[in-house]
Design a protein around this ligand. Structure first.
Ligand SMILES: O=C[C@H](O)[C@@H](O)CC(=O)C(=O)O
Ligand SMILES: [Zn+2]
Length: 276
């Protein structure tokens, strides 16, 4: 499993494009038939994906976890962005259609990812965080995520937010997870931008058309940097960083956080006129 370490705001302000990408961009998240995980030292979040083919793919164990099994001291959130799938947790099967979410509690010993049809495989995005208690493994269908529409076409940021794992949704120790879909004609996510120094965040962009891109903004509000992001790529956002993007057309992304609290609305807003 690849490891990504911390970078200070000062260090990041001096990075060139390649250094920014090496530290904060995760490419090739969805790889056929295998788990692809990255361990970030920001709140010890593990970010990754798995695309099972005809055979199930198991959540393996990794040396750097020094654990008996992956979820011995961790919890896991999964959102399917592909075809119909099934996830088996300790012998119990959960059906995940596109945009359904499964929370897998600490202590779960075996997790097997499956596609119902290998020609239209499930594509699972994964986020795992250290956990101090067992919460029950629970499925939430897309419809249960209480979609809310925010933004406006005038500001090119009309979008629908689905919240799955958070204070008032699926219960977890520290994971918060959901997704955002931009309406046609809207291209800006998370603008006005915010930070939440109490939680890191990871963004995973999907439904980005093959010939399009999202310009993702990060950095301290008065010291921003950008990266060009394509479909199925993820970005690590340090707790002190903004995380916002502008697409060359509309797109979707999964967001997820780990840290001090599970209050989605705990954000320190930055006025657009104050960004630099
Ligand atoms: O802390 C919350 C996250 O940054 C996202 O949920 C924001 C987002 O999806 C959006 O504004 O489009
Ligand atoms: Zn945020």
């Amino acid at each position: 499993m690849e490891q990504r370490y911390h970078n200070s705001p000062k260090e990041v302000s001096q990075m060139n494009t390649e250094e920014l990408r090496a530290n904060f961009l995760i490419q090739n998240v969805m790889q056929p038939g295998q788990l692809n995980l990255t361990y970030s030292h920001y709140d010890r979040i593990i970010v990754g994906g798995v695309v099972p083919q005809a055979e199930a793919v198991a959540l393996g164990n990794y040396d750097n976890l020094k654990a008996e099994f992956f979820l011995e001291r961790r919890e896991l959130g999964v959102i399917n962005i592909g075809g119909d799938g099934k996830i088996e947790v300790d012998g119990q099967n959960y059906q995940l259609s596109r945009l359904d979410c499964l929370y897998v509690g600490r202590g779960s010993r075996t997790v097997n990812f499956k596609s119902v049809n290998a020609d239209q495989p499930a594509q699972y995005y994964l986020l795992s965080a250290p956990a101090h208690a067992d919460y029950p493994t629970t499925l939430m269908k897309k419809e249960g995520a209480l979609p809310t529409t925010i933004g406006a076409l005038e500001t090119s940021n009309e979008r629908t937010i689905y919240k799955y794992i958070h204070k008032d949704g699926l219960q977890s120790c520290q994971l918060v997870m959901g997704l955002t879909t931009l309406n046609t004609g809207s291209v800006w996510n998370t603008m006005p931008a915010h930070t939440h120094d109490r939680r890191m965040e990871a963004y995973f962009y999907f439904d980005v058309a093959p010939d399009q891109a999202v310009v993702h903004f990060m950095g301290e509000p008065q010291e921003t940097r950008h990266m060009l992001v394509h479909n199925h790529q993820a970005i690590l956002s340090p707790p002190w960083s903004i995380h916002s993007g502008c697409g060359t057309r509309n797109y979707s992304f999964i967001w997820g956080m780990g840290g001090e609290n599970k209050d989605y609305s705990d954000m320190d807003a930055v006025k657009i006129t104050e960004l630099r």
